[in-house]
Write a protein that binds this ligand. Structure first.
Ligand code: UDP
Ligand code: MG
Length: 323
C-alpha cells in the first residue's frame, strides 16, 4: 500500500479549519483512495494567534491519521510548507490551503494523473471573482518576473499540487534559507501536469496577503532566483553613461561655437534627480542580495517547532541530517 500525505499550512484559520478537515477526510476515505493508499494529514500551525492549534489538537486526538507540527511563532507559509515536506515520508505529498480555496475533490484527479506517471500535478485556478486591482497587479507581476528569472512561472499556479517522492526529495535537497517555492517547484522539473479549477472565494477567515506583502513577494521572486537585476543595472549604467557623454560633447561644442548662454538649471536638476534615483535603486538591489547572503551564512533554522504529535525521535533524527 502506498502512502499519501496532505500538508495543510494554517495561520489563524480557526473558522474554516473543522470544515476543511471534514472535507479532506471525506476525500481521503473515498473508495478510490482507501483501496490503494494509507493517508495522513499534517497540519502545520504557523504560529497562529487564535485557537487554531487547539482545534488541530482536538482533531488529532480524535483521528489517528492526523499529525500536527506547531511553530513557536509565525514563520510564514514557505517555512510551514517546508516543515510539512520534511515530515511527509509517503510516496505522494499534496500541499493544500486550510481555507478551502483549494477544492479538495481535485485530489482525486491529481492522484489519477500521478498514477499515469506524472511527478507534479499542479492545480491552476482561474481568476474569476477577484477584484480588478488584484487581477491587474498579478498579471503585471508575472509579466515582469518571467522576464527576470530563469524558471517559468505561470499565473494562477500556486502551492496546491501533488508531488511524487522524487519531487519532494529534490525540493528538500535545496537548503537555501530564502525559499521561493513557486520558483523551486519549477526549477526541479520532472513530468508535470496542470489541471484547471474555478477560483473559489474564501468562505471564512481572511487572506493574509495585503498589497505590501505581494510587493515583497515580487521582490523575493526576482532576487532569489538569479542576479539578472544586477546585470540590468550594469546595462542601465552603460546606457546612461553613453547618453551623458553625447550630451557633454554636444554642450561642449555648443559652447565653443556660440559661447555660454543661460546656465542650464533644468538639465542640471533633472540629471541630478535622475541619477540620484537610479543610484538609490541600485543600492537597494545590491543591499537585497547582500541581505540574502547574510541570511544564508547565518544558517539559521527555517522554523522552530514548539509542539508536535509526530514522534520526537524521528523529528530529531531528520533535523540532525539537515544542514
Ligand atoms: N499561511 C501560513 N502562514 C502565513 C500566511 C498564510 O501558513 O504566514 C497559510 C494560510 O493559513 C492558508 C495558506 O497559507 O492555509 C494561504 O494563505 P491565504 O489564504 O491567506 O492566502 P491567499 O489564498 O489569499 O493567497
Ligand atoms: Mg486563501
Amino acid at each position: 500500500m502506498k502512502e499519501l500525505s496532505l500538508i495543510i499550512p494554517c495561520y489563524n484559520e480557526s473558522s474554516p479549519l473543522r470544515d476543511t478537515f471534514f472535507q479532506l477526510q471525506k476525500v481521503l476515505s473515498s473508495e478510490t483512495i482507501k483501496k490503494k493508499y494509507s493517508s495522513k494529514m499534517i497540519f502545520v500551525n504557523d504560529g497562529s494567534t487564535d485557537n487554531t492549534l487547539e482545534i488541530i489538537q482536538e482533531i488529532a486526538n480524535e483521528n489517528s491519521n492526523v499529525k500536527f507540527i506547531s511553530f513557536s511563532r509565525n514563520f510564514g507559509k514557505e517555512a510551514a510548507m517546508l516543515a510539512g515536506l520534511k515530515y511527509s515520508n509517503g510516496d505522494i505529498t499534496i500541499i493544500i490551503d486550510a481555507d478551502l480555496q483549494h477544492p479538495p475533490h481535485l485530489i482525486l484527479d491529481m492522484i489519477k494523473y500521478y498514477e499515469e506517471g506524472y511527478d507534479q500535478v499542479i492545480a491552476k485556478r482561474s481568476r474569476r471573482g477577484e477584484n480588478i486591482a488584484r487581477k491587474w497587479t498579478t498579471r503585471f507581476y508575472y509579466q515582469i518576473i518571467n522576464k527576470l528569472i530563469d524558471v517559468e512561472l505561470v499565473d494562477g499556479i500556486g502551492d496546491f499540487r501533488l508531488l511524487s517522492r522524487d519531487a519532494v526529495d529534490s525540493l528538500l535537497a535545496m537548503p537555501e534559507y530564502n525559499r521561493f517555492s513557486k520558483g523551486l517547484f519549477s526549477w526541479i522539473g520532472f513530468k508535470k501536469k496542470i489541471i484547471d479549477y474555478e477560483n473559489q472565494e474564501r468562505v471564512s477567515g481572511e487572506s493574509k496577503w495585503g498589497f505590501s506583502s505581494l510587493l515583497n513577494y515580487a521582490i523575493d521572486g526576482m532576487t532569489s532566483f538569479n542576479s539578472k537585476p544586477l546585470r540590468l543595472l550594469i546595462y542601465l549604467g552603460v546606457i546612461i553613461t553613453i547618453l551623458n557623454l553625447i550630451y557633454i560633447g554636444y554642450t561642449f561644442f555648443n559652447i565653443l561655437a556660440f559661447g555660454i548662454d543661460t546656465p542650464g538649471y533644468f538639465t542640471l536638476i533633472s540629471s541630478i534627480l535622475l541619477l540620484g534615483g537610479i543610484q538609490l535603486i541600485s543600492i537597494g538591489i545590491l543591499g537585497e542580495y547582500v541581505g540574502r547572503i547574510f541570511y544564508e551564512v547565518k544558517q539559521r533554522p527555517y522554523y522552530i517547532i514548539k509542539d508536535t504529535n509526530i514522534k520526537s525521535e524521528s523529528i530529531q533524527l531528520r533535523e540532525k541530517n539537515e544542514r
